[in-house]
Design a protein around this ligand. Structure first.
Ligand SMILES: NC(=O)c1ccc[n+]([C@@H]2O[C@H](COP(=O)([O-])OP(=O)(O)OC[C@H]3O[C@@H](n4cnc5c(N)ncnc54)[C@H](O)[C@@H]3O)[C@@H](O)[C@H]2O)c1
Length: 307
């Protein structure tokens, strides 16, 4: 297939690009490099330094004869979305809508969208959350992702576009930006390689569902199948507290450092854990990388970055 990956120079997108290329697909990438890094981009991918809001995207789709779009470019910061909801909506709603319209006008067959489990389900009512858990987003970021998902369903019903929304839990792995507000694994790894103490926000008993980016890339390979339509959670179903995460990472790093606690973050979700049964039963996907194995790979990436 000829696949366009938006955000393909970013953390998750760069791994998807590698997986698609290894599977024999031709890949074009659109990325405005706002957080993406060219050094992470597979040299076999054709790169367009472009914003998803640029109307010239249709020309790229046409000239590259694109038949599948994998959409990962986004405004990803929850706190930025709280202070600037318009910017968030522009990128995450209007940007997605523009791509969907271009896809339909050029008869693209497949559209895969990076959605979010954590921010869409909000403070969970039951654990782990399945896809039919009420969507209770607590931020404009969660609202814009949910809105984009609704546009995907509309374009699927109205125009027959095969659409897939993948709701990720907390993704971690090599290439993640440690300067971001999320990405606790990347933040801790960067501090540890510099012999700095990791700071746990609050009492550390808040939980997350950590999924390796390698498993997420495999999910995006499966999602290319035209029968794989609808919304699917991509997660481990395992709940890990930030205290346990820090312990595991300290073990992996072999550093004689003890984590510290700082003030808790306002609006931080208490518990987040997501059920992947639907994707497993429908398409055989399941997480293969254990938390410890994923942390070994991530820590070693950060070590190599600084040497
Ligand atoms: N990291 C997670 O845990 C997680 C969880 C759920 C969902 N997601 C979603 O996965 C996707 C990728 O996230 P990530 O963690 O890899 O972040 P990232 O910031 O590393 O990747 C986003 C990429 O998109 C590019 N980009 C941003 N806005 C753009 C625009 N307007 N036009 C063109 N390019 C643009 C950036 O330069 C970057 O390369 C996002 O849609 C995010 O919402 C991530």
């Amino acid at each position: 297939m000829n696949i366009l990956v938006t955000g393909g120079a970013g953390f998750i997108g760069s791994h998807i690009v590698n997986t698609y290329i290894e599977a024999g697909h031709s890949v074009s990438v659109i990325d405005n490099l706002s957080s993406g890094r060219l050094q992470f981009l597979n040299p076999k991918a054709k790169f367009y330094d472009m914003d998803i809001l640029d109307p010239k995207i249709t020309e790229v789709l046409k000239s590259e004869k694109i038949n599948a779009i994998n959409h990962h470019a986004a405004q990803i910061s929850v706190s930025e979305s709280l202070t600037n909801p318009l910017l968030d909506a522009n990128s995450n709603i209007i940007g997605t809508l523009q791509l969907l319209q271009s896809a339909v006008s050029l008869e693209v067959e497949k559209f895969i969208f990076a959605s979010t489990g954590g921010a869409i389900y909000g403070e969970q009512i039951y654990f782990p959350a399945s896809e039919d858990h009420p969507c209770l987003p607590l931020s404009p970021y969660g609202i814009s992702k949910l809105s984009a998902e609704n546009y995907l369903s509309f374009f699927s019903k109205q125009f027959g576009l095969s659409t897939t929304a993948l709701r990720y839990s907390n993704v971690f792995g090599p290439h993640q930006n440690p300067q971001g507000e999320a990405g606790v694994v990347a933040i801790f790894c960067e501090r540890l390689v510099k012999d700095k103490v990791p700071i746990i926000c609050g009492n550390g008993e808040q939980t997350r569902d950590f999924i390796s980016v390698r498993d997420v890339a495999q999910a995006n390979l499966i999602a290319l199948d035209h029968t794989c339509t609808g919304t699917f959670n991509v997660a481990t179903g395992e709940e890990t507290s930030i205290n346990s995460l820090a312990e595991c990472l300290l073990r992996v790093s072999s550093k004689k450092i003890v984590a510290n606690h700082g003030s808790s973050r306002q609006g931080d979700q208490r518990r987040s854990v997501i059920d992947y049964k639907k994707f497993h039963e429908g398409f055989g996907w399941q997480p293969e990388v254990s938390l410890e194995q994923g942390l070994v790979e991530t820590y070693s990436f950060f070590q190599n970055q600084t040497t």
